[in-house]
Design a protein. Structure first.
Length: 275
């Protein structure tokens, strides 16, 4: 992995990356509805880069669709996630490349990509204008950008349900909407400015609401490992952890439907073109 002083590199090569790898099955199933949305617009023969690919499910979905006519490359800053993605590709015998690198700094081959996609992977850049300018240099003239990013926390109560449910028990850091993180692209005007300043053209940003679900039985595992709460719990004693997980799970009651936990992912669908 390239040297990087971005705190996100430490996070995703530490507890956050480990949590994703350990819960790969749960999280990939949770966000699987986005895979066909991103893969559908990929033309046969395209050279595709999946930014912030995590454990690789979206990259592999695109590689399956290309069926050997083009090539899909997944990029992520987390070594553990990239190692997992490579292992999955080998196990499934899918031809895809996985690169552990920082999209803001990596020396991509110029004019080499037909499409750049991302599912929740572009909100963590230290300098998003520099990152998108670097990605644009790798894109051929006419290449497309197609991203999904979260709208704001108020529109995504599922994503903060655990934090709100246990706020009286454990202090959690406040989210700064303009710092790198889950909701860093929540403001449409900010995203428009980032893409225009980095040279992308024909920018469109539209609301997209996507239904997602997980088995109810998996909720304690999700609560225990993911997000700010998942990083705090290992520092607490066993009794405290048990109480906090119980109350956090109770906070998801509005999302429980039978044996499933259901929610709407309130996102922006972001498209642009390299002129």
């Amino acid at each position: 992995m390239e040297a990087n002083d971005n705190p996100q590199a430490a996070l995703w090569n530490g507890s956050a990356g480990a949590a994703w790898v350990d819960n790969q099955d749960l999280l990939e199933a949770l966000f699987r509805p986005f895979e066909p949305l991103l893969a559908a617009a990929i033309a046969p023969g395209a050279q595709v880069l999946d930014v912030g690919c995590g454990t690789g499910s979206t990259t592999l979905a695109i590689a399956r669709q290309l069926a050997g006519t083009g090539h899909a490359t997944g990029l992520d800053i987390s070594e553990a996630m990239i190692d997992t993605a490579r292992a999955t590709a080998a196990r499934l015998d899918i031809d895809a490349t996985f690169l552990c690198a920082d999209a803001e700094r990596h020396p991509f081959a110029p004019d080499s990509l037909d499409a750049i996609v991302s599912r929740f992977g572009v909100m963590f850049f230290a300098d998003p204008v520099a990152a998108f300018a670097n990605l644009r240099r790798a894109a051929r003239p006419g290449a497309t950008l197609h991203l999904y990013a979260w709208r704001d926390a108020a529109e995504n109560p599922f994503m903060t349900a655990a934090e709100r449910a246990v706020a009286h028990l454990v202090p959690l850091p406040e989210r700064d909407p303009d710092e790198p993180g889950q909701f860093a692209f929540a403001r449409r005007q900010r995203v428009e400015g980032i893409l225009h300043d980095s040279g992308w053209q024909d920018v469109t940003i539209a609301p997209a609401d996507v239904r997602c679900s997980m088995p109810l039985v998996a909720l304690p595992r999700y609560v225990s490992r993911m997000g700010p709460l998942g990083r705090i719990l290992p520092t607490l004693d066993e009794a405290s952890r048990a109480r906090i997980v119980e109350e956090a799970c109770a906070g998801f009651a509005p999302h429980v439907q039978g044996e499933a936990v259901m929610f709407t992912a309130a996102c922006w669908e972001i498209r642009a073109r390299n002129g």
